[in-house]
Design a protein around this ligand. Structure first.
Ligand SMILES: *Cc1c(COP(=O)(O)O)cnc(C)c1O
Length: 535
C-alpha cells in the first residue's frame, strides 16, 4: 500500500500532462445551440457529447505497474460500461443548463390546483439544515436524539390540535401513503371488531384518483357517490350509496371524501352524512390534501372525521414537485388510536421515545423502515411556529380570498360551473365558451399551453373529472395581488384571442419554449426508458 502511494506521488508530480489534464476546459467540445429566448441552451445528453477530450482528472497510466495484481485503476472497466468521458466544467454546465429548463415555485406563478404550490420559507430550510437535525441517524440511541424526538412530538401535538384528531402517526411518506396508512388503520379496526363483511368504500365521483386506488389496494370495493348536479355529496346521494346492498349499510367499511372537495367547494352536508355513516358502523376517512382552505379555522373532527392524512408538503409549505420528498402524517380520534401504525413518539419519563411494536398489539404495522421524512417534520413545525395559531388562520383566509378573487375576475370570460357560490382555496373553470360554437374550437389544453407561452405554469387540467375540460386553479395565499392581476390579464387575453381571427395560433402554443407541442400520448404509451449507448 505504502509503495503504491509513493509511486503514485512520484508518477503524478513528474508528469506534465497530468497538470494539463486538470486545467478547466473553457470551450465545451460541442457548442449547445442557442435558442430563443437569449441565453437558453438546447442541451444534449452527456452521452451525446463527443467524449474524446478525456475526463476532468486523468492520471497517466502507471507505467510498469499495470500488470501487478490488485493495482488496476478500473479505467478499462469504466470504458466498458460506456460512461461519458468529459471534463468537470462540461458536466457542471450541463446540469446548470438543465436546471434552467425547469419551472419551479421559485421561478414563477404555479397555480396547480389541488397541489397547494405555496412559497417554501427559507427559514424552514435553515432549521432543517442545523447540524443536530441534518446529521443524525435513525439507529442512534434514543438518549442522543431527544431534541429530534421532541420536534416530532411537538408536530404531533400541533397536527392533533389543528385537526381535532389527537393521535398522530408521522411516518407516511406522502399523501397517498397516508391514505394507505389510514385505510389500513380502519381495516384493522374492523378486523379486530369482527366486522369482516365490511368490504365497500364509498367515494364521490369527484375524488382524487389516489382515493379509489388506495381503497382497491387495501382490498376494498369502491362504490361511487354521484355528485353531478352541484359538485357536492348530498345526504340523499350518500344515503342511496350507503344502503345500496344492505338497508343498514353493514357492508360499508368507510367513506373517503376530501373537504373542501376537488371542485373547491365546502361539503355542506358532510357532517350529517358522517352521522349516518357512524350509525351504520363505518368510518369517515377525510383526504386532507385540501386542508389549506381550513387550517386554523375548522377542525375536521368537528364535521365527523375519524381519520385524515395531512400533506405537509402542501398545507405546511415543505417543498414538493418532481416526485418528492413529501410527508403524509395521519391523525385519528380516540376510537381508532389503538390501530394506528407504529411508531409514534411517546412520553418516556422526562423525555421521549419511539413506540415499539409491542406497545400496542392492535396496531396495523409499520409504514416505513424508519420513522418518516424527518427533514419535512422540522420544516413543517418551523412553518407552524413562525405563523402561530392566528397566523395559520390567516393562511387559510387569504388562500380562500385569492381563489375567489380569480374566480370573480374570470367567470365572465370562462365558463365557471360553480361560479354562483363562493369557492374555497381553489376554483374550477372550463373551456365551454371557447370550445362550443367557435369556428376555431379552443380547448383546455390550448389554454394551458398558452399560459406556458406567457411564462406561467398551467393550472391542473381535465381534473376534476366531473367537469368537462376542467381547469382547476389554486393561487395560494403567498401570491401578491400584482401576480394574480397579471394572471387574470393573461387569461383574459387568451379568452379574447380565442374569439378572434388569430384563434388558431393558440393551438400551436407554446412557440418559444424549449419544447413546443409534444406528442404527450406517445410519450405516455411508448416511453423511451433507455438511451442507446452505441449505434
Ligand atoms: C395531492 C393529493 C393527494 C395525494 O398526495 P401525494 O402527496 O401527492 O401522494 C391526494 N388527494 C388529493 C385531493 C390531492 O390533492
Amino acid at each position: 500500500m505504502m509503495e503504491c502511494c509513493s509511486n503514485l506521488d512520484s508518477e503524478s508530480s513528474s508528469s506534465s500532462s497530468f497538470a494539463q489534464s486538470i486545467t478547466p476546459s473553457i470551450t465545451p467540445s460541442i457548442t449547445p445551440s442557442i435558442t430563443s429566448p437569449a441565453q437558453s441552451y438546447e442541451e444534449p445528453l452527456l452521452w451525446d457529447y463527443p467524449s474524446s477530450e478525456g475526463s476532468g482528472v486523468d492520471l497517466e497510466p502507471l507505467r510498469g505497474l499495470e500488470t501487478r495484481a490488485g493495482l488496476r485503476t478500473g479505467l478499462t472497466e469504466r470504458q466498458n460500461i460506456g460512461l461519458p468521458s468529459l471534463k468537470e466544467p462540461q458536466v457542471l454546465r450541463h446540469f446548470v443548463r438543465l436546471s434552467t429548463h425547469n419551472f419551479s415555485i421559485d421561478h414563477g406563478f404555479f397555480p396547480l390546483g389541488s397541489c397547494t404550490m405555496k412559497h417554501n420559507p427559507r427559514v424552514n430550510e435553515k432549521m432543517a439544515r442545523l447540524n443536530g437535525f441534518a446529521n443524525i441517524h435513525p439507529l442512534q440511541p434514543t438518549s442522543t436524539i431527544q431534541g429530534a424526538l421532541a420536534v416530532m412530538a411537538e408536530l404531533q401535538r400541533w397536527l392533533g390540535e389543528l385537526t381535532g384528531l389527537q393521535h398522530v402517526c408521522l411516518t407516511p411518506a406522502a399523501g397517498a401513503h397516508g391514505e394507505l396508512a389510514g385505510l389500513m388503520t380502519i381495516r384493522r379496526a374492523h378486523e379486530l371488531n369482527g366486522q369482516h363483511q365490511r368490504h365497500i368504500v364509498l367515494c364521490p365521483d369527484s375524488a382524487h384518483g389516489t382515493n379509489p386506488a388506495t381503497a382497491t389496494l387495501c382490498g376494498y370495493q369502491i362504490r361511487t357517490i354521484p355528485t353531478l348536479e352541484n359538485g357536492c355529496v348530498t345526504l340523499d346521494n350518500f344515503r342511496a350509496a350507503l344502503t345500496q346492498t344492505d338497508p343498514l349499510g353493514r357492508d360499508v367499511a368507510a367513506m373517503m371524501v376530501t373537504n373542501p372537495n376537488t371542485c373547491g367547494l365546502f361539503e355542506r352536508e358532510i357532517a350529517r352524512c358522517a352521522d349516518e355513516l357512524h350509525r351504520a358502523g363505518g368510518y369517515f376517512y377525510c383526504d386532507g390534501a385540501n386542508f389549506n382552505a381550513l387550517v386554523g379555522r375548522v377542525r375536521p373532527a368537528d364535521f365527523g372525521v375519524d381519520v385524515m392524512h395531512i400533506n405537509l408538503h402542501k398545507t405546511f409549505s415543505t417543498p414538493h414537485g418532481g416526485g418528492g420528498p413529501g410527508s403524509g402524517p395521519i391523525c385519528v380520534g380516540d376510537a381508532l388510536a389503538p390501530f394506528l401504525p407504529t411508531p409514534r413518539v411517546v412520553k418516556d419519563g422526562e423525555g421521549w421515545r419511539l413506540e415499539s411494536h409491542g406497545d400496542r398489539s392492535e396496531n396495523c404495522g409499520r409504514m416505513k423502515g424508519f420513522h418518516g421524512h424527518f427533514g419535512m417534520f422540522v420544516r413543517a413545525l418551523c412553518y407552524m411556529l413562525s405563523h402561530g395559531r392566528d397566523g395559520l388562520a390567516s393562511v387559510s383566509r387569504d388562500a380562500v380570498l385569492s381563489a375567489n378573487y380569480l374566480l370573480s375576475a374570470l367567470k365572465n370570460e370562462f365558463n365557471a360551473p360553480f361560479g354562483d357560490r363562493l369557492c374555497m382555496h381553489e376554483c374550477v373553470l372550463s373551456d365551454k365558451l371557447q370550445k362550443q360554437g367557435n369556428p376555431h374550437p379552443i380547448t383546455t389544453i390550448d389554454i394551458a399551453k398558452s399560459l406556458i407561452e406567457n411564462g406561467i405554469h398551467p393550472m391542473t387540467i381535465y381534473f376534476p373529472l366531473v367537469v368537462a375540460g376542467a381547469m382547476l386553479i389554486e393561487p395560494t395565499e403567498t401570491e401578491s395581488k400584482a401576480t394574480l392581476d397579471q394572471f387574470i390579464a393573461v387569461m383574459k387575453r387568451i379568452a379574447q384571442q380565442a374569439q378572434s381571427e388569430q384563434a388558431a395560433q393558440l393551438c400551436s402554443n407554446p412557440q418559444t419554449a424549449f419544447r413546443t407541442r409534444i406528442d404527450e400520448v406517445g410519450a405516455a404509451r411508448r416511453p423511451k426508458l433507455r438511451h442507446r449507448l452505441s449505434d
